[in-house]
Design a protein around this ligand. Structure first.
Ligand code: THU
Length: 132
């Protein structure tokens, strides 16, 4: 795994946040997912008038990357109005592709230079695995 800059990834997530469609919650979230080979995929939350159809920023970035043929990832950065760790659904979806030592960087939009790092193993201990 190559070295990466959490701050650079957070800056990219902060830019993606500006594309959020968050007219219902007014809580804009941006994400930037770094693939194993160094590409970056963006995500933002996409809300819907039927609230339950909302898609979180993390899953938008991840599904875009998968659709483009990527399966291995180095890190994800998430920037929101307030620093927020991924929701439970996003943790499970990330866990499908990301190992226990995968870092999740979170920061607030007001100060995306100062951030916290959460590892997958902490975010979703004893996660569900299924091998068909
Ligand atoms: N949201 C995300 O984009 N990611 C998360 O991990 C938590 C929540 C979004 C969903 C919704 O549009 C808004 O934040 C408020 O819940």
């Amino acid at each position: 795994m190559s070295k990466h800059s959490p701050n650079e990834l957070l800056e990219t997530a902060a830019k993606a946040r500006h594309n959020a469609h968050s007219k219902y919650s007014k809580f804009a979230v941006g994400s930037a997912l770094l693939t194993e080979d160094g590409s970056v995929f963006l995500g933002c939350n996409v809300e819907n008038a039927s609230y339950g159809l909302t898609i979180c920023a993390e899953r938008v970035a991840l599904t875009s990357a998968i659709a483009a043929g990527h399966k291995s990832f180095q890190a994800i950065a998430i920037v929101a109005d307030k620093s927020a760790a991924p929701c439970g659904a996003c943790r499970q979806v990330l866990a499908e592709f990301c190992q226990d030592d995968f870092p999740v960087y979170v920061a607030s939009a007001k100060d995306s230079a100062s951030f916290e790092t959460h590892l997958m193993e902490k975010l979703l201990p004893a996660r569900f695995h299924f091998t068909p």
